[in-house]
Structures are given as C-alpha cells and as structure tokens.
Write a protein that binds this ligand. Structure first.
Ligand SMILES: *Cc1c(COP(=O)(O)O)cnc(C)c1O
Length: 393
C-alpha cells in the first residue's frame, strides 16, 4: 500500500465513520472537476469500463453475468432488482436481521409482490436450516433475498449456507451485498445466485449517486415486462445500455467519473482481498482499542464484519450519545447512532479511506471524549451483556 497516503493531502475535514457516504480519496473528489456529455463516446466508454470491471469483481469469467448500473441510492437498486427479477406472480422469502432486511420486505409490500418473512430481530443470523425448512414448507416461494452484511448491526450473515439451502430447493437467490461488495469475497461462480446489488458509495469508496445490479443474463432475459416501475426497471436499463451504450435517463456523469478513479484505487490496493485486508485491520485496531477502554461489542468475534461495528453505550449515568457525538465530531470523527431496539448502542464504520493509524486516533478520541464527559467507565449495562449471550446460545 505504498502508493497510498492516509489521510489524503487536502482533506482536513472530519473522517466519516459511517457506512456510506464515507471518506473518499482526494483523487476521487478531483475526478469530478470535469463535465461529460451523456451521449458522447467518451462517457459511453466509461460506462462500459465500469460494467466490465464490476462483473470481474464479482468473479464471473464466463460471461454468464452482466452489470446494470442504475441512478439513485442503494435502496432504489434493491427495489429495481426485486421488481424486475421477481415475476408479478412470484413469492419472496425475505431473511431479515435488521433494518435492511425489513426494508426489502417493505419494498415488496409497497410494490405488491407476495413475500414471507423470517425476522430474526436485531442481529441473530438467519441460518441455512431455517431457510431450508421455510422453502420446504411453502412451494409457492420462488426467490430468497438475503442481506450479506446487515449494516444495522454489522453482522456478516452466513451467505454460503443460505445459498446452498436455496439452490438445493431449486429456488433463486438475490443478494443485498450493498455494504460488503468490494471488500468481502463474493464469487458468483461458487455462490449460486441470480443477482446481487451494491452501490457506488460503500466499499468501492466512490461518492453517492448510483448503484448497480450484477445479474445472471438468463434471469434478466426472462424478466422483461416484470417491473412495476418505469425507471426502476433493470431489464429496460440493460436493454438500452446493450443497444446504445447509454443510460436510459440522465446519468450521474460526475459520480461515474469519480467511481472509475475509485476502481483504480481499489485495483491498486489489491482488489477485494487488499481492500478487505485493510478494513479487517481497521476493525481489529478499533475493536481492540475500544475494548481496552472498557467498551463491549454487540457481536462476538465470529460474527464481526470488517465493515461496521456496534458498541453498547456505557451504562455510566453521565454518558449521553448526543454529547458523545459532539465530542467525537470536535475531534474530527463523525460517528453513527445504533439501531438496536432492546439496548442503546452506537456504531463505528471501518470502511472508507481510513487506515490503522486513523483508527488509533479514533480510539484516543473516544477516550478523550469519555473523559470530557466525566464518564470513568465504558462498561455497558448488564442487560446489554445478557442480550449478547442470546447470540452465543
Ligand atoms: C447502504 C445499504 C443499503 C442502501 O441504502 P441507501 O441509503 O439507499 O443507499 C441497502 N442495504 C444495505 C445492507 C446497506 O448497507
């Protein structure tokens, strides 16, 4: 990683410890200082380049998969993937253990697609045997949607066993790998699935503005006319791109340019393995340092992702999240509130243009923030630890 300096010269702004938008490289921002015509061959070549590189990143070397970028945030692309690949008379098994799984279910409800939900609560992982049982019990289910890293808790869900259970029952798997793609290995030649979805502003470290669906061509070909929506139609976007090289409606040209620079940096870092290794080191330094201050993680080491980590709020009466947030911001770090329903928590992201040295500064900032608030113990309430033993059970 000799070619990388952290932080980049010219930043001097707070680091975003949030799972997208996140801290991007200076060169990624700089790539946006130029205007492109959406129709022009230069921009069409940029779109082709982006699509080819993302298919390669997903591990496909056979041409069985194609990449369809789509304007909007990640949720637009999840909605487009579900609305396009699930036929109107299809039925989806939604595997939820946090906000993004529940959002997939809500998306299906709004678009009027049949679904059934396995809701594991705030963080317990959906397991292969449960998926197998649910599929055996309901032959009407055509598709399963799984969340790869459930960003609400930071858990890395057991995709391989979910995919095996789904494929062995002859059903189709769709994957929301929004917050993991590009840093956690996902190889479509070994993981049976029809499509996966991610976006520009997560582990590839671009700026927000589009997402992409990487889909099996045969599934996409069969999906013509399925979509409930004009603009959120992956098949129509794909057909137009194949025919004209263009996006159907105004593309986020500057975001695409920034993304191509982000892809160069991703490649220079050693691709998915290199990026994942840096994020893993970020997590290790962060978790070890925070535990050293007395903080406790929601998840045991087995389930911790290199993407984002949930910490319990300290039980100390002088701890207050809003005050802690302000203290951390004053020290140059934007942190993220937690999403657990039973106990109070906060989250720190490991992704974006951050390295171990930055993470050590995060830990120091947390220590100084606690001190400034008069909090002399970061130990969580007993209820939080009781909650955590549910996962071990
Ligand atoms: C970020 C994210 C999304 C998309 O969220 P947007 O706010 O619409 O970009 C979807 N699923 C997961 C798991 C995510 O982390």
């Amino acid at each position: 990683m000799t070619a990388h300096t952290f932080p980049d010269p010219g930043m001097g702004e707070p680091f975003l410890l949030t799972p997208g938008p996140l801290t991007t490289a200076y060169s990624v921002k700089e790539a946006m200082l130029k205007d492109w015509g959406s129709w022009d061959e230069d921009f069409r070549a940029m779109t082709r380049n982006l699509r080819d590189r993302l298919v390669a990143m997903a591990g496909d070397t056979t041409g069985a998969f194609t990449c369809v970028p789509l304007q909007g945030s990640g949720s637009y692309c999840v909605e487009a993937m579900l609305g396009t690949l699930v036929p109107r008379d299809g039925k989806v098994l939604v595997l939820a253990n946090g906000a993004y799984g529940l959002r997939a279910a809500e998306t299906l409800r709004v678009m009027g697609r049949a679904f059934t939900l396995i809701d594991k609560g705030d963080y317990l992982p959906p397991r292969g045997e449960e998926v197998a049982r649910a599929l055996d019990a309901d032959p009407a289910i055509t598709h399963v949607i799984a969340i790869h890293c459930e960003t609400s808790s930071g858990i890395l869900n057991p995709l391989a066993e979910i995919a095996a259970a789904t494929a062995s029952r002859g059903r189709r798997l769709l994957i929301d790998t929004m917050s993991a793609f590009g840093a956690v290995d996902l190889d479509v030649t070994h993981l049976p699935c029809d499509a996966l979805v991610s976006s520009a502003n997560k582990c590839i470290e671009g700026v927000p503005g589009f997402g992409f669906v990487i889909a099996r061509r045969s599934a996409l070909e069969a999906a013509r006319g399925n979509a409930h929506s004009l603009s959120l139609d992956v098949h129509a976007q794909w057909a137009t791109m194949e025919k004209t090289g263009q996006w159907r409606f105004t593309p986020p040209t500057h975001v695409v340019a920034a993304f191509l620079t982000a892809l160069d940096l991703h490649e220079a870092e050693g691709g998915v393995a290199g990026r994942g290794a840096r994020y893993g080191r970020n997590r290790d330094v962060l978790v070890e340092g925070m535990r050293g201050l007395g903080f406790e993680t929601l998840l045991g080491d087995r389930w911790l992702s290199p993407i984002i980590v949930t910490f319990f709020n300290p039980a100390h009466p002088r701890f207050d999240f809003a005050a802690f947030y302000a203290q951390m911001k004053a020290r140059g770090f934007i942190i993220y509130p937690g999403k657990l329903t039973a106990v109070d928590s906060f989250r720190l992201g490991c992704i974006g243009r951050l390295d171990e040295a930055v993470m050590r500064r995060v830990v120091r900032a947390a220590a100084d923030s606690l001190h400034a608030m008069g909090v002399d113990s970061a130990a969580p309430p007993a209820a939080a630890l009781a909650e955590r033993t549910r996962l071990a059970a």
